[in-house]
Design a protein around this ligand. Structure first.
Ligand code: ADP
Length: 359
C-alpha cells in the first residue's frame, strides 16, 4: 500500500500543439480509490500511463510512497495495470491465467496457489478456475484480468477504463466486484473512466480533467453539490445541469419572468450563468413568475423529465432546451406551456467569462 503523488506532471506527445497532461498536481492517499474522469482525449490514460511508467514524464515528478519513481521502468514501480482489453491466454485455464502473473516474481508454487484462490474468491471466480477463457463472459474475462493484478499484491493498481467494453448490466456487476475487492485489499487504486456514473459510484474521490488540466478533485457528493466551475457542473450529473446565461439588473439575474436576487457575496458583472439541476425546478401554475417553456415529457418509469423549449424569443436564443425532473405521475400534452421556477437554495452562480463558480 502506498500514497501516490503527481508532482506537477506534464506530458506532450511529439508534434502535439498542447500538452496531453498539463502540470498535474494530485496527491492520492494510502488505500484510496481515486477516479480520473473526463471526456475522451482529456489526458486520463496518459496520466495513468505515466504513473505506470509506460509514458515518459516530460516535467515534474511521480512519487509512490514518497519514492521518486519518475525515471524507473514499469517493473521497478510495483504497480499493476489493468487495461481496457484483456489479453488472456486461450489455452490456459482461469487459474493458470491468474497464476501466470506471478511467473519470475520469486513467489513459490504453494504461495501462488494461495493467492490465486484468494483472488478468485474476491472476484467470484472460484467455480470457474478450470475453465478456458473462450467459455467465459466478457465480465468474467475482465475479472480474470483483474485477478492477475491482485495476485501480484502491488503497491498500486492502475485501471484503464476496464469496463468500457461490457454491456450495462455486466458493468454494474463488475463495478461492484472491483469496488469490494479494492476495499478488502486496501490497495491504492487509480481508476480511469469516461463515465461519470461509474466515477460517482466507485470513487472515494474523483479528479475531473479537461484538456489535460485538473478541474477539481473531491468526494462524489461534494463534486455534485459544490462544483467549482461550469465544466464540472455540466459533466457530473445526468441529465446535465442547466447552465443559463442571464443578464444582471439591479442585483438580480433576470430569467424570462423570473427575477433571481444574487446573494450578497456574489460579485457579478452585467451577466451571470445560472446553474440549475433538473431536480431543482418546481413546476408552477403561474406564468408571471416562471420561465415559460413548451415541454416534451420523457418518462423513465421511476422518474420523468420534461425537456422545455423557451417560449420567449430572447430566451430561446440563450438557453436552448431546459430540462426539469418532475413527478413520475406528471402528465402534459406535447407542446403545452409549462412554467418553471428554480428552488432558491439550489441555484449555482458562475462567471460567464472565467466559467468559475461565484460564491
Ligand atoms: P483520455 O484517456 O482522456 O481519452 P489520452 O490520455 O488518451 O486521453 O489522450 C490525451 C491527448 O493525447 C489526446 O488529445 C490524444 O489524442 C493524445 N494522444 C494520446 N495518445 C497519443 C499518442 N500515442 N501519440 C500522440 N498523441 C496521443
Amino acid at each position: 500500500m502506498a500514497t501516490v503523488h503527481f508532482d506537477r506532471v506534464t506530458h506532450r506527445y511529439s508534434g502535439a500543439p498542447a500538452p496531453a497532461v498539463d502540470d498535474l498536481e494530485l496527491e492520492i492517499d494510502d488505500g484510496e480509490f481515486l477516479v480520473l474522469v473526463g471526456p475522451s482525449g482529456c489526458g486520463k490514460s496518459t496520466s495513468l500511463r505515466m504513473l505506470a511508467g509506460l509514458v515518459p514524464v516530460e516535467s515534474g515528478r511521480i512519487l509512490i510512497d514518497g519514492r521518486d519513481v519518475t525515471g524507473l521502468p514499469p517493473q521497478a514501480r510495483d504497480v499493476a495495470m489493468v487495461f481496457q482489453s484483456y489479453a488472456l491466454y486461450p489455452n490456459m485455464t482461469v487459474a493458470q491465467n491468474i497464476g501466470f502473473a506471478l511467473r519470475d516474481t520469486g513467489v513459490d508454487q504453494a504461495e501462488a496457489a494461495v493467492r490465486v484462490k484468494e483472488a478468485a474468491e474476491l472476484l467470484a471466480l472460484e467455480n470457474l478456475l478450470d475453465r478456458k477463457p473462450a467459455k467465459l463472459s466478457g465480465g468474467q474475462r475482465q475479472r480474470v484480468a483483474i485477478g492477475r493484478a491482485i495476485v501480484r499484491r502491488p503497491q498500486v493498481f492502475c485501471m484503464d477504463d476496464p469496463l468500457s467494453h461490457l454491456d450495462t448490466e455486466l458493468r454494474v456487476r463488475t463495478r461492484a466486484h472491483i469496488a469490494t475487492s479494492q476495499k478488502h485489499l486496501g490497495t491504492t487504486t487509480v481508476y480511469v473512466t469516461h463515465d461519470q456514473v461509474e466515477a460517482m459510484t466507485m470513487g472515494d474521490r474523483i479528479a475531473v480533467l479537461r484538456e489535460g488540466r485538473l478541474q477539481q478533485i473531491a468526494a462524489p457528493r461534494e463534486l455534485y453539490g459544490d462544483p467549482d466551475n461550469t465544466f464540472v457542473a455540466g459533466f457530473i450529473g445526468s441529465p446535465r445541469m442547466n447552465l443559463l446565461d442571464a443578464p444582471v439588473r439591479d442585483g438580480a439575474a433576470v430569467l424570462d419572468n423570473l427575477r433571481i436576487p444574487l446573494p450578497r457575496s456574489v460579485q457579478a458583472g452585467g451577466r451571470v450563468v445560472l446553474g440549475i439541476r433538473p431536480e431543482s425546478w418546481e413546476v408552477t401554475a403561474d406564468p408571471a413568475t416562471g420561465l415559460t417553456v413548451t415541454a416534451q415529457i420523457q418518462e423513465l418509469g421511476a422518474e420523468s423529465f420534461v425537456y422545455g423549449h423557451a417560449t420567449s424569443e430572447d430566451w430561446r436564443s440563450r438557453t436552448g432546451n431546459v430540462v426539469a425532473r418532475v413527478d413520475r405521475r406528471f402528465r402534459i400534452a406535447l407542446g403545452d406551456p409549462l412554467h418553471l421556477h428554480p428552488k432558491p437554495d439550489e441555484i449555482f452562480f458562475f462567471d460567464p467569462e472565467t466559467e468559475s463558480r461565484l460564491r
